[in-house]
Ligand binder design. Sequence first.
Ligand code: SF4
Ligand code: MG
Length: 410
Amino acid sequence: MSLSILATKKLPFCPACGHRVVTQNLSKAVAELGLDPLDVVVVSDIGCCSLVDSLLSCHTVHGLHGRAVALAMGVRYGLGTKNKVIAVQGDGGATIGLQHLLEAARRNVDITLIVQNNLVYGMTGGQLSGLSPRGFKDNPASVEEGVQPYDICELAHKAGATFAARAFVGGDTPELWKEALDTKGFCLIEIVEMCTAHGVKKLKELKDTVEYGETVLRNDKPSLVVEPRATDSLFDVLEPVKPLFEAAIKEPVGVILAGSAGEGVQSAGGLLATAGMMAGLNTTRKGEYPISVGSGFSVAEVILSPQPIEYTRIEQPHTVIAVSEHGINHVSARIGDDTNLLVDDTLLEMLGSRSCESAPFRKKAGAKSAALAAVAHWMRSSGMLPVDALIESVRGHRYEEQLRKAIGSI
Ligand code: SF4
Ligand SMILES: [Mg+2]
């Protein structure tokens, strides 16, 4: 029995948008080929056509604009020869990711790329792409003599794709879809279609506007044979942390550690998470800091839990540990009335009457070790985790001596 990969009939596209028909035709073709949805991976990026990933019952990967082909190549390299890998892009995404497209074509990687070419960046309001025809919407390329839209099929074909075909929406026959999906190697199917909101509204108008015609181009170059990488899984390489201690934690505890970039906040968060594992807990650690990693705030969120952790964000922190002004400013909105607050004593003045615990972490341990000193202090004062677990977690660290000093500084 063939199953549809389309999980819903309610498609989110504007009325008469070409993406509706293309999505339905893709689903029909997958069903007619008898593919199990669980053997299909659809990779999309940004744009209206990439809304499909929430509509499909197969595996989906959603990436950055223009990166669908690069991601699909990664999926193919990871899976080896198994499964059907399909990438979906608009004309905007295909233009942005043209280099990826050409690389996939010249290696003839076994993926099928569907380029839904509606002549514009539809999602962002109808800007022109590299596939927009001359003379369309006063395309500035038109005034530069000889500047033509990319012929994406011709480019893919010349680069080495097994199959490249262009059809107008409605002319994308089941045979064309079948060949695009059932041929080994890099296969590109470009469907020229309408963006009724920002581009062309009718099929006739579309055909009059577009200067390139339907085409089918084939190469008989063999598909690249990709075997899954023979590297070890991280789980095989990493030594599991042995629980040597006991924690007094019965429910998940979320600790937010807030300080300044470059002052060891992420390391201290990592060591707290490791100490938690050494005490037999499940732990997660998430880092947050500005793109300029050497200035501004640095925040580490650590969850310590006897139960499996299924969601890694801390909604309501049990404890906030803040060791610098940058840190406390960044997390102040997350400090609730019930949150335990432990701060460096230089922050007391700005906290006013808010009750908290404090100690001179920066003065005693130094700015770069204040976060770790505060973590050690919290472990001792809360009694939730033995500080010996933290000492054990720095064993063999290249800065073991300094870290031990920080742990014992207060
Ligand atoms: S904006 Fe254009 S591409 Fe996007 S859903 Fe509407 S008609 Fe389709
Ligand atoms: Mg588009």
